[in-house]
Ligand binder design. Structure first.
Ligand SMILES: [Zn+2]
Length: 720
């Protein structure tokens, strides 16, 4: 009896394809195979096997099986679940889950070792080589260097059989955490939370906990104890820790090493391909017990996942907005359910979704109230920019400048926080009023002085800053409007010429190593004033930081999207929470034109409950998340008329369903990107509606013409 294998290919296809299993191949679900697709062979994964019934049309046979370790059932189920939830192709999710398998392996080490045989003729140089080789196997070049001889001498000894070349395959194994390593002293609040989490993890079942503690309350130490409990309860158990930013990875890796005497495996976009391959293999074979990584680490094929920690769970970086669109925090909970694992969501400013789940008892709720050590919360002042405005073309108000001066004089550090990269967010022609935008895109060009270029942060387009206005041709008429971090840095330098000023943004901390260097320089006191985007607003410990200035506290409130107030609150709470950690009292000053706004008032009072209550009440009235669900469908195409015609047809095809409202089509907030016009439908649904199924039904009813693209976003964040 022959068998049929369904093979999922890592491409945007709606379903797995059937192939015939060649006689004797003995395939199993999860196996990686090379399957023909048109003229090519494609790497895919077997998702199901069944006996062939008589009378079927003949199927193409699978070409061969690959010797990569099979995907475990939990990983495969998660890929399919994530695709269904996100209303996307399962192959697109599989592509993320098998990225590590497609990375090249590290080249094996080639080492020389002694055979014990004596060469026919001894020379002083040969004696030196044999003496050096006695220290143990080493690569040929190292051996020649250690002996201080030419490579020819070494080669001669290989030819005569005194040395032999051995090839050592790189092992997919990371150092095991030492569970007997001494743990930190925890304060009573931390100890209670750590015990509750450890008890939860030891149940070895699906559970979710929200670890809710103010900035600096020592959440990391607490969840490390849960990691310990998971590893101790089962010698095969694995733990995944998700972080929102690469910039945070090094600090967390160091905390792990301190706690367990071994570094965990690391997974993010900066990890070199051979290492990615190694981490992937170690996840599937059990050679990595702990992986610390960015959102895509959630798709690693863990063999026995016991615990997932989502650190800074409120962070918007967990939302992947392009390609396969997903929210890693939500998917982490789903993965935990599939694997029967515990999930810990940690934050100082939890998302309203997680708070709601904690309030209703779906999640366990663990609060850390007291600060670690003797540190106090900072004093927060609202600086009314209408009453004490900065000078013309300056951005720092007199009260903030005065506080910076006092801080510098006391030998302490200031952090100026502005969530805008570059020098100026807008370049305008004084002669004709033209705002410079990216070609074919409704997005302003941002001036970057470091690179001397105008950059589109949306499409990545960049050009040198022109001398003449590209619109009217006027010379020297282009003027920079508004501040970015580079411009605030310039102002800080001119105000305090003696101070050491630095910028922390994705332009200056472009990779994990640069970020680590800047964070260390700040932590060790080599920087007096740090001007930073949100990258520096989380997770770091700066003991000498006593002043945080928020340059434009109103920035997020103008965004006009669902989470604008929430995001502003979270960012500001994290940024101001940076000040005054150890024994220094800290202060924070927020520059605002709307000090009466509820978000500003809640921040000033440091009253999270008041903010959450006000925001929850508003969302409940509107039946918006977490009281309802949202989806977006963005339809784009090069031709406006064709696009409008298609969206009209699409609107008519929308399924009728109870508890669902469809808004649109309307222009998407950026109605033109890379020459493509964009229209958007927004879908609001009651909580009990299967929004994914609704969107999938709608999607199945429409046939977009070739030039038109339809992209579905369940639970949209950016509203772009
Ligand atoms: Zn002009």
């Amino acid at each position: 009896m022959s068998r049929i294998a369904s093979v999922l290919l890592p491409m945007p296809l709606p379903e797995a394809f059937d192939y015939a299993e060649p006689e004797g191949m003995g395939l199993q679900v999860g196996d990686h195979v090379a399957a023909p697709l048109g003229p090519r062979l494609i790497r895919g994964v077997v998702t199901a096997i069944r006996e062939a019934a008589g009378g079927n049309r003949p199927l193409k046979p699978i070409d061969h099986r690959l010797d990569d370790p099979p995907l475990p059932p939990g990983a495969l189920e998660f890929v399919q679940w994530a695709a269904r939830y996100s209303v996307d192709a399962p192959g697109a999710a599989l592509a993320i889950a098998t990225r590590g398998a497609r990375a090249p392996k590290a080249r094996p080490d080639r080492v020389l070792e002694l055979t014990g045989a004596q060469p026919g003729r001894m020379t002083p140089a040969r004696t030196k080589v044999l003496e050096a080789a006695a220290a143990g196997p080493m690569p040929p070049a190292d051996l020649a260097r250690a002996a201080g001889v030419s490579s020819g001498v070494v080669k001669g000894l290989v030819d005569e059989g005194a040395l032999v070349l051995r090839v050592i395959e790189a092992e997919s194994r990371f150092d095991s955490p030492d569970l007997d390593h001494p743990s930190h002293d925890l304060n009573p609040s931390q100890a209670a939370a750590a015990k509750a989490l450890a008890d939860m993890v030891r149940e070895q079942a699906f559970n979710v906990a929200l670890l809710d503690g103010v900035t600096g309350s020592g959440k990391t130490e607490v969840y490390l104890e849960a990691v310990h409990a998971a590893l101790a309860a089962d010698p095969d158990a694995q733990v995944l820790v998700l972080l929102p930013e690469i910039a945070l990875t090094q600090a967390v890796l160091a905390r792990f090493e301190e706690r367990f005497g071994a570094k965990p495996a690391e997974w993010h976009s900066d990890v070199a391909p051979p290492m990615r391959r190694k981490v992937w293999e170690a996840a599937v074979q059990g050679g990595a017990r702990v992986v610390v990584g960015a959102r895509s680490a959630l798709f690693l094929p863990f063999r026995k996942l016991a615990l997932i920690v989502v650190d800074e769970e409120h962070d918007g970086s967990y939302k992947q907005d392009e390609g396969f669109i997903y929210q890693a925090r939500d998917l982490a909970v789903a993965r935990g359910k599939i694997e029967g694992a515990s999930v810990i969501l940690a934050s100082a400013t939890p998302s309203l979704e997680s708070l709601r789940n904690a309030e209703t008892g779906r999640y366990r709720w663990l609060k850390l109230t007291s600060r670690h050590g003797t540190a106090r919360l900072p004093d927060i002042t609202l600086v009314d920019m209408r009453e004490t405005p900065p000078e013309r073309d300056r951005w720092l108000s007199p009260p903030l400048v005065k506080a910076m001066g006092e801080t510098f004089a006391a030998g302490e550090q200031s952090l100026l926080f502005l969530n805008r990269r570059g020098y100026a967010p807008l370049v305008l022609c004084k002669a004709c009023g033209e705002k410079l935008t990216s070609p074919d895109t409704d997005s302003w060009l941002v001036e970057h002085r470091y690179s001397g270029r105008l950059v589109c942060h949306l499409t990545g387009f960049s050009m040198p800053k022109p001398e003449k206005c590209p619109h009217c041709g006027a010379k020297d008429s282009l003027t920079s409007i508004g501040p970015g971090v580079e411009r605030v840095e310039e102002e800080a330098r001119s105000l305090f010429p003696e101070a050491r000023v630095a910028v922390f943004s994705s332009d200056t901390a472009w990779d994990a190593r640069e970020a680590k260097r800047l964070v260390e320089a700040m932590a060790e006191g080599y920087i007096d004033i740090l001007v930073a985007t949100q990258a520096a607003a989380k997770g770091h410990n700066f003991p000498k930081l006593t002043l945080v200035g928020v340059v434009d506290a109103d920035l997020g409130l103008r965004g006009g999207d669902l989470r604008a107030a929430e995001r502003t609150y979270q960012l500001l709470a994290q940024a101001t929470g940076r000040a005054g950690r150890k024994d220094h009292p800290g202060r924070a000053m927020l520059q605002t034109y709307a000090p009466e706004h509820a978000v500003m008032q809640a921040l000033k009072a440091q009253d999270r409950d008041a903010f959450v209550e006000a925001e929850m009440a508003e969302r409940e009235i509107m039946k918006l998340p977490p009281f309802g669900r949202l989806g977006a469908i963005v339809v784009s195409g090069p031709d406006l008329q064709a696009l409008e015609a298609f969206t009209r047809t699409m609107a008519q095809a929308a399924p009728n369903a109870e508890g669902v409202e469809v808004y649109g089509p309307a222009d998407a907030p950026l109605a033109l990107i890379r020459g493509r016009r964009r229209k958007r439908f927004l879908i609001r649904a009651d909580r009990n509606v299967d929004l994914s199924a609704y969107l999938a039904t709608w999607r199945a009813r429409i046939k977009p013409p070739g030039a038109i693209r339809v992209s579905i976003d369940v639970d949209p964040y950016s509203f772009l």
